[in-house]
Design a binder for this molecule. Sequence first.
Ligand code: PLP
Length: 386
Amino acid sequence: MKTKLKVKTICTHVGEVEDKRFKGAISPIYMSTSYQFDEVDVKRYPRYFNTPNQEYLSIKIAALEHAEAGIIFASGMAAISTTFLAFLKAGDHIVLQNTLYGGTTNFIREEFPKYGIEFTFTKGLNVSDFEDAIQPNTKLIHIETPSNPLMTITDMKAVADLAKWKGIVTTIDNTFASPVNQNPIDFGIDIVIHSATKYLGGHSDILAGAVACSQEHMDKIWNVAKNLGGSLSDFMVWMLERSIKTLVVRVKEQNRNAKKMARYLDMHEDIKRVYYPGLKSHPDYELAKQQMRGFGGMLSFELKEDLDASKFLNSLELIKPSMSLAGVESTMLLPSETSHALLSQEERDAVGISNSLIRFSVGIESPKDIKDDIEQAIKQSKKEAN
Ligand code: PLP
């Protein structure tokens, strides 16, 4: 019955731990790492992902992603690595979209050869690129849409249909969209992964991950998760539950502000190019409209050659030049020096990440104040004319 509730109500109420003793309005925190083992239905232990706070927040995550089951991890990378290892063993193969979060790419490249797991990055984002990369031993296809940092859009339904036809499980990193803007399970994707450090947390003070899928897939993930041990402490689980209560209002405001910023930057004479799926000029605007309810709070842009990107970032007074994304405060960074620094220059060039590309995580401030800050930083970052 609860999953039929609207998303705002799910955020506010689903997955609350009822305070039966004192009737408080919010979930109490159960910090115990030791629970009674006999005459109980569930043997609870934090590394089994089933303390009261862990169990109930998982219900909220599942409801938000239209899934049967959810699970909370200690980071987005714990969620990604555990999920991959739950479905892949030595001799198996995974197909990965070519434009992925740098940490995911790095994890695959550094760890999979040690386990004898084979992998192929697609050449592009068309469904034919995924089909071309499939091998007889392919067990997983992993996508990310919109992707980091160029906001490319992958056709979720086309990839899900292809995978179903071939009997392959699909995973998606849904971090950039958040469940407010996109529910991949509705398009046939099997497993949805989040870095909850981003929009689900939303205040730049929680490191966490989340996965939502069918109970059958979750049983597999849980079996590996309890061995790898990437569970989240109950205090942080409680913090995350509190944060998700305002997810919809935050994300909708970020959607609105990002659209305004994208349009403003797109018209700006000092900006070479803007990457935002909500701009009609985005090559996949129509596809984004089909599969997203909102276009998200993330965009990227390239400065023209006569502006110094580092000087621009250092001249910002309101927008923080800082790592990570999706907080209520606006932040900017250079992917070439942060999220994609582990890739070589050639690899970055191959996926279109130039050294003047700036990733912009738009917050909930007044759009006028954000624009004023960008204007003054642009003025200060003009290179001296020779
Ligand atoms: N996925 C995406 C799209 C990300 O941006 C990040 C981190 O920036 C991750 C996964 C990894 O998440 P975490 O840092 O919570 O481990």
